[in-house]
Design a protein around this ligand. Structure first.
Ligand code: 5GP
Length: 120
């Protein structure tokens, strides 16, 4: 079972403006910002503003319109960062084995260089 949402997680604090972030895109439902410890020349995190612990929680509970909006925005943000033509990578870590560190759904967007094969 998914853990309850922790309103003190670091991305909740970012959404409340309690911690600064390097915003790439924001609208009513979505925030995209640069990862503080980038693993590629472009490393952006895209999060829904709703309180979802993980991709699993989002897929199970979010209204279809929120899911559609989120998926479209991830694609638009990648296009706006000029990542589509060279290519890029999306990643969502989920839970313990997935090594998810922050319990608010985030999609990692990596690009800006050839990334090599997927890591185990
Ligand atoms: P996870 O392992 O949960 O998928 O990844 C969490 C990501 O959040 C990591 O890549 C980490 O560098 C990033 N991160 C953690 N704290 C902060 C923060 O305060 N600001 C930003 N911009 N990124 C953070």
């Amino acid at each position: 079972a998914t853990q309850p949402y922790d309103p003190d997680n670091i991305f909740a604090k970012i959404l409340r403006g309690e911690i600064p972030n390097d915003t790439v895109f924001e609208d009513e439902h979505v925030l995209a910002f640069r990862d503080i410890n980038p693993q590629a020349p472009v490393h952006v995190l895209v999060i829904p503003k709703g309180e979802y612990v993980s991709w699993d929680d989002f897929a199970a509970k979010a209204p279809d319109v929120e899911i559609a909006h989120f998926v479209r925005k991830v694609g638009e943000i990648a296009r706006d960062l000029d990542l589509v033509e060279p290519g890029y990578r999306l990643l969502a870590n989920i839970g313990g084995h997935g090594h998810q560190e922050v319990p608010h759904l985030h999609v990692h967007l990596f690009g800006g260089k050839p990334l090599g094969p997927m890591l185990a």
